[in-house]
Design a protein around this ligand. Structure first.
Ligand code: FNR
Length: 361
């Protein structure tokens, strides 16, 4: 049976065993306010790798303390955080997965409550309850959250340096794929979108200015991380709102990313302003296809991809080069094994489990 899901894909000379990737998913499982990975991260990420995914991308990881979404986020601004990730990466790689990590700055959406483990979930965490001052391109709040401090040029340069330093630590920890978070209303997306970026300097106004922060981060990360690491960028291809980022702009940004040596664009949508999003199976795939056609870069499609045949169809019809499967992988980390059975490929069963997958008992 012809199938694409389990056809390896090679990026930067790194062969990836299949095209089912796990997107970054915040766990809010850091125990202290120190950004250091825990046993939860080892078991969670280890299970996803053991389940057969081609790439497992670690959750949004703050490049600076104020860039975390919540106090329970991972961070990568010091060596202790790097050293806690290293054995997790080693295990993921031992299972045949490529280990990736999403480097992130939450901008004006930082200092938020974690999704679980607290009574409150709405609004910003107050400064006297463990919250912090947030930053953004302009002093414009995400509705319901704190008004951010507008970053000056020095502050922007520090953000770029922090992404580069985190990238170096990620490579030192053994990650082979880095994803820059440019989506979901966090700092890079806030700069890209005219809805949150009202600047009149070199970082605001026309698209090339709004994209400047992202492009500077890409250059700095590539310089610091070296040529052998796979570099991906996650973008929100639309704000789902008039006056926001458009699909055409996203195609243009992706083309610039390609010129700068980005290897893949992970195409998501939304998050910068509250919006009614028509979510249904595969609803973001057309945005990925537009980026692929317009930029000629490999793309990942994500969002309500939950079935093997659906995923296979997206790849066979060349709508995307890989699929990222999030919540379905939380429900069943062995989804790649089931998917292989469904499309007639050899299931990526780990050796100690093989007896469990034989026909006869
Ligand atoms: C997410 N998502 C997400 N996205 C991202 O870019 N960085 C992140 O850290 C997170 N965190 C996160 C946590 C949890 C628990 C969920 C469910 C989602 C979004 C995620 O990567 C993905 O884009 C969406 O979940 C859509 O894909 P699925 O779940 O429909 O396959």
């Amino acid at each position: 049976m012809s199938q694409r899901l389990f056809e390896p894909i090679t990026l930067r000379g790194i062969q990836i065993r299949n095209r089912i990737w796990v997107p970054p998913m915040c766990q809010y499982a850091v125990e202290e306010h120190d950004g250091v990975a825990t046993d939860w991260h080892l078991v969670h990420l280890g299970a996803l790798a053991r389940g057969g995914a081609g790439v497992v991308i670690v959750e949004a990881t703050g490049v600076v303390p104020e860039g975390r979404i919540s106090p329970k986020d991972l961070g990568l601004w010091n060596d202790e955080q790097r050293d806690a990730l290293a054995p997790i990466v080693r295990f993921m790689r031992s299972q045949g997965a490529v280990a990736g990590i999403q480097l992130a700055h939450a901008g004006r959406k930082a200092s938020a409550w974690p999704e679980w483990g607290t009574e409150q979930t709405d609004g910003s965490i107050p400064l006297d309850a463990g919250g912090w001052e947030t930053v953004g391109p302009s002093a414009v709040a995400f509705p319901g959250l704190r008004v951010p401090r507008e970053l000056d040029e020095q502050g922007i340069a520090e953000v770029v340096r922090a992404f580069a330093a985190a990238a170096r630590r990620a490579v030192e920890a053994g990650f082979e794929l880095l994803e820059i978070h440019g989506a979901h209303g966090y700092l890079v997306h806030e700069f890209l979108s005219p809805m949150s970026n009202h600047r009149t300097d070199a970082y605001g106004g026309p698209l090339e200015n709004r994209a400047r922060l992202l492009l500077e981060i890409v250059d700095a990360v590539r310089h610091e991380a070296g040529e052998s690491v796979v570099l991906a960028v996650r973008l929100s291809a639309t704000d789902w709102a008039d006056g926001g980022v458009t699909s055409d702009e996203t195609v243009q940004v992706a083309s610039w990313l390609g010129e700068r040596g980005v290897d893949l664009v992970d195409v998501s949508t939304g998050g910068n302003v509250p919006a009614a999003i028509p979510a249904g199976p595969g609803y973001q795939v057309p945005f990925a296809t537009a980026v692929r056609a317009g930029s000629k870069l490999p793309v990942g499609a994500v969002g309500l991809i939950t079935e093997a045949r659906q995923a296979e169809h997206i790849l066979l019809t060349e709508q995307a080069d890989v699929v990222l499967v999030g919540r379905e992988m939380l429900r069943d980390p062995n989804f790649p094994i089931r998917a292989a059975q469904a499309v007639g490929a050899t299931p990526p069963v780990p050796a100690p489990y093989r007896r469990g997958f034989r026909q006869a008992t």
